[in-house]
Design a protein around this ligand. Structure first.
Ligand SMILES: [Cu+2]
Length: 344
């Protein structure tokens, strides 16, 4: 009777409609580093998961204790320390520190995460095409890690084993330095094996490289679609944009009617091949990887494979609340759902 609870079993155990914090808390194995302890009944778990958690109805994740808030992460762009180089170009410098710490990913559900700079996703680094980027990486964790950036750069800066400084041992450091290219929406993540685990624990973030001719002014935000395997069965039990499931349902993203909204959308999901973004009551222009100025599509749904990303641009003609979510209903019911609230 110690069958492990999978996300499919979890979905079968909770109501399809109105799933919220209570159902999540009751149904999710509470991972404390011991997969064997997470039983179907939760009886051996560190928390007595199961029934009787009505107190969690309307419960909230303690963002302060986590050290990051998905509502702040949404519009937090980090341009680093900038200075002028001898050739007139801009040098941007950041320090990223990998560490391990426990976070709360749904009310009462704790997860031993690995992160860059104490937040998941890591800082949204932002530069302009042609800038020089210098990222000092310090490994404050207990496993080897790297930062592998997507983009165009020398092999030694690729953040993989056997190239440049390779894997960075605990306590070690390295510097990744390269020119920002090409413009678009890039991502970064740890590239140490087992890769899926190092990524799924939280070691990822976004690098936005703006084109030299800037995009139109807009209300900009970043949504990193992610998931969490709470019971180490290589399947996700929780899904979200920016880590905390239902965060933008509990507190909708505020936007203005008629104003250009630009969403930098990244899929870092592991264990599921495909993720998606679907918008209600509106359509958007879609720019795959943000690498062209002309949209490829005018649509209300895009799907992204692991590591894919794109830019969405939209204007809301009407006020009101408009849902956005993965069109995989399972993901929606397990946290990847929110609202835009459009005011006049
Ligand atoms: Cu790693």
């Amino acid at each position: 009777m110690s069958r492990r609870l999978t996300r499919r079993r979890l979905l079968g155990a909770v109501p399809a409609v109105g799933l919220g914090a209570t159902a999540l808390h009751a149904g999710i194995p509470h991972g404390h580093g011991n997969a064997a302890a997470a039983t179907e009944h939760g009886a051996n778990g560190a928390h007595a998961a199961g029934t009787g958690h009505a107190a969690f109805r309307g419960g909230e994740v303690d963002h302060r204790a986590n050290g990051f808030d998905p509502h702040a992460i949404l519009r937090d762009f980090d341009r680093g320390e900038s200075s002028r180089m001898a050739d007139g170009r801009t040098l941007r410098e950041w320090t990223l520190i990998a560490s391990e710490h426990e976070i709360e990913i749904a009310p009462g559900v704790r997860f031993t995460a690995w992160s860059y700079n104490g937040r998941i996703p890591g800082p949204t680094l932002r530069a302009t095409e042609g800038d020089r980027l210098r990222i000092t990486f310090i490994n404050g964790g207990r496993h080897p890690h790297t930062i592998h950036f997507h983009g165009i750069h020398p092999a030694a800066m690729d953040g993989v084993a056997g190239q440049g400084d390779g894997e960075i041992a605990p306590g070690g450091r390295t510097v990744y330095e390269f020119d920002a290219a090409p413009y678009g929406l890039q991502l970064y993540h740890c590239h140490v094996r087992p890769l899926a685990e190092h990524i799924a624990k939280g070691l990822y973030g976004t690098l936005i490289i703006d084109p030299k001719r800037p995009r139109a002014k807009a209300d900009e935000m970043v949504m990193v679609m992610n998931g969490f395997d709470t019971n180490f069965d290589r399947a996700n039990e929780l899904y979200a944009a920016n880590t905390i499931g239902f965060a933008y349902a509990d507190k909708p993203v505020q936007v203005k009617r008629g104003e250009l909204v630009r969403v930098y959308l990244v899929n870092v999901l592991e264990y599921d091949l495909i993720n998606s973004f679907h918008l209600h009551g509106n359509f958007f222009d879609y720019f795959p990887t943000g690498s062209a100025r002309q949209p490829s599509e005018f649509t209300d749904t895009v799907m992204l494979c692991q590591g894919q990303r794109g830019i969405l641009e939209m204007r809301f003609p009407n006020t009101g609340k408009y849902m956005f979510h993965a069109h995989q209903s399972e993901f929606t019911e397990l946290g990847w759902m929110g609202f835009f609230e459009v005011s006049g």
